[in-house]
Design a protein around this ligand. Sequence first.
Ligand SMILES: *Cc1c(COP(=O)(O)O)cnc(C)c1O
Length: 401
Amino acid sequence: MRREPFPSWPVTAVTDRERLLEVFDSGKWWYGEKVKEFEEKYAAFHDARYGVTCANGTVALETALLACGIGAGDEVIVPPYTFMATASAVLKVNAVPVFADIELDTCNLDPADVEKKISCKTKAVLPVHLGGLPVDMDVFKALAKQHNLVLVEDACHSWGSKWKGKGTGAIGDCGVFSFQMSKNITAGEGGILLTDNEDIADRARSYTNCGRLKGGAWYEHYLLGSNLRMTELQAAILLGQLERLEEQTLRRERNAAYLSELLKDMPGISLMRQDPRVTRHSYHMYIFRFLPEEWSGVSRDRFLEALRSEGIPGSAGYNVPLYKNPLFQQKGEGPKHCPISCPYYGLEVDYSQVVCANAETISREGCWLPHPVLLAEERDMEDIAKAIRKIWEGRRELADV
Ligand SMILES: *Cc1c(COP(=O)(O)O)cnc(C)c1O
């Protein structure tokens, strides 16, 4: 179908280079004005009062849980269709991740299944705005209030996404973002926690800055923190990235809407549900479902291989639910990780018994197009639709290969 590549990532500008060199030449590489400027600008961009930067999204999640008082013996409800950090961060603070299923038509945590998984030990729920599609924050906020749970947003795909006009991240108690290389705004690595709650912001700052307190002496340490600080060099790069984020997000949205229009009647696949309360969608990836029963024996992976041969960079994404990872299965003799086997928790956790049927289906049937594809032109979206149509039409031949 096509030979020209899609846009490459990251996108940079001459001004980014100038800003980076300005910091380099100043010799002030550490914990200064660029970090502060980025925190303020990013929080304002997301309609949040406070921003606390850190080294990456993984430690931002751990910091968020600690700052919200989550610890040993607590259960935190998480989706299994996400990056490992969503669940490993819970273990890292000695709490127990409890998996609830996702919805087939959004790939987001299903609030009805979350409700079923709530126990007397549940302290928090940690939904992911998967691919940048916000979860139903009205329902999750009501659920958190009713059961007295902390609501932390894993917003590591949802830079710029909005729910009913408000930026994701500080709609719940707090939320975290990643700036790792593959993300829609990046400095190679980096993370931030956003919140409207001053106490959470202060505790998060302390955890990321060696347990120091605001106004305290430099060698006085109050909390069991760590050094998770972002550098000035990272912040300089992120300031440039942030300048383009809104315009790029609008472009991804326009192209995604056009692509959905082209694909809506395509046989053999199904698209994600649209929700008018989602007023901005970052489209970290464009997700659709491959329906194997309609493809005369062509597998999802064979379909994706054909798609890539047509010049369209599709991938399978997360191809197992998190609980199938060896860490959770703990088969054989290897080391046992606390709190999966934990004297404080007082219960046996056996992840080999967990089944989230929809997450298993999406792991088998999900297809992802990466976000740089959506920075291309309208006619490039037409190539994607034509390639899928071509593969559909050749499905019987393909099944025999
Ligand atoms: C990338 C990502 C993280 C972790 O961010 P890092 O900066 O890579 O540590 C957490 N959750 C989700 C859903 C992610 O995609």
